[in-house]
Design a protein. Structure first.
Length: 358
């Protein structure tokens, strides 16, 4: 282990002990904001220190085994202990490096997820519906709350565009690599000759903005229009102008919401989406500046970037950024995305670890 990393870990051990004493003091709850910060810091430090303690114990065990090598009767046993200990030591060192990586402050935020049908007409809209179900099922597996803020349905039951709000711990950390172009290859239901068609959708994942902190929206910069919500008929028909469209005049960014029960609810939701979009653009501009120095292996998350292909005839799903192909299309379209999202997170960690080593 590098001396600098070991020194950092020793500092964290001391800091955890200090935080523990502060939380145990009688005055700890006098300032609740400070108490919450300390509680959060304690929760973040504990797993790192626990791993470091295991690392130090493993190092001590190896040293003890090395002393036993001098005893002929214990030599074989000691060698086995050393080999096992060194393998465990390597695992713990990698785990410690991951735990020391800088954390994305947005990881725990809720997200707005937008799906838009692209090239492919009705088939692209049907695929947008499939992606909606995939992400909804994934959210259910993680016990996240799902809100549909706006939906523009197609004639055949798909979606031209749909916007979701996913509420749950770590939502952004798990979905932040989903932004980009998603391509599907399959025989459409409307195809009479059995030919495979290629269609596409774009997905955008944006962390929910803290309205008063992340983005300042001046009312003079906003144009708010109301209109009658559209739908496929039946219960979806809205006979009042309850749908809301908000335009941010300086940037031309537009957000609309029509699925709420009232104009007031739709306006609040549209403001949230607008704030998230503006914040997302600002964040991506910053990321592009950073990427000029070092290209991210995962990609920029730009909507124009093709990130994934869903091939139905072969039952495969391929993520082009990390060259990962899995023949589990049915499971993944049912929301079983853990293996795929885990691989993307691991790739980012590997990239950050490489930078740390440099």
């Amino acid at each position: 282990m590098k001396a600098s990393i070991a020194a950092k870990l020793e500092q964290l051990v001391d800091r955890l002990e200090e935080v523990t004493h502060l939380l145990a003091s009688e005055s700890a709850t006098q300032d609740m904001d400070a108490f919450r910060k300390l509680t959060r810091e304690h929760a973040e430090l504990t797993p790192v220190v626990t791993t470091f303690q295991a690392y130090r114990l493993c190092t001590s065990d190896i040293a003890t085994a090395e002393e036993m090598l001098a005893d002929p009767e214990m030599k074989t046993f000691a060698q086995a202990e050393i080999e096992e200990g060194q393998a465990r030591l390597e695992e713990l060192e990698i785990e410690l490096q991951k735990q020391l990586l800088p954390k994305d402050p947005l990881d725990e935020k809720n997200v707005f997820l937008e799906i838009r049908a692209g090239t492919g007409g009705d088939e692209a809209a049907l695929f947008a519906g499939d992606l909606l179900r995939m992400y909804t099922r994934y959210a259910e597996r993680n016990r996240w709350q799902v809100e549909i803020l706006s939906a523009s349905e197609s004639d055949l039951g798909g979606y031209k565009e749909v916007i979701l709000r996913l509420i749950g711990q770590g939502a952004y950390s798990q979905l932040k690599f989903e932004s980009g172009g998603h391509r599907v290859q399959r025989v459409p239901a409307t195809e009479t000759q059995g030919r495979i068609h290629t269609s596409a959708c774009t997905v955008a994942v944006m962390p929910e903005a803290d309205e008063l902190v992340d983005v300042v929206l001046n009312s003079a910069d906003l144009r708010i229009d109301t209109f009658r919500a559209s739908g496929a008929g039946g219960q979806h028909i809205n006979k009042t102008d309850s749908a809301v469209r908000i335009t941010h005049l300086p940037t031309g960014i537009v957000a609309e919401c029509q699925d709420g029960r009232s104009q007031h609810a739709n306006k609040a939701s549209a403001m949230q989406v607008l704030a998230a979009r503006i914040n997302d653009i600002q964040r991506r501009e910053q990321q592009q500046k950073e990427a000029a120095e070092r290209k991210s292996l995962i990609g920029s998350g730009d909507r124009s970037e093709r990130i994934r292909t869903y091939n139905y005839p072969q039952g495969r799903i391929t993520d082009h950024r990390i060259n990962l192909t899995l023949y589990k299309l049915d499971y993944m379209m049912d929301g079983d995305l853990a293996e795929l999202t885990g691989a993307l997170v691991a790739e980012q960690q590997a990239e950050l670890l490489a930078a740390l080593a440099d």
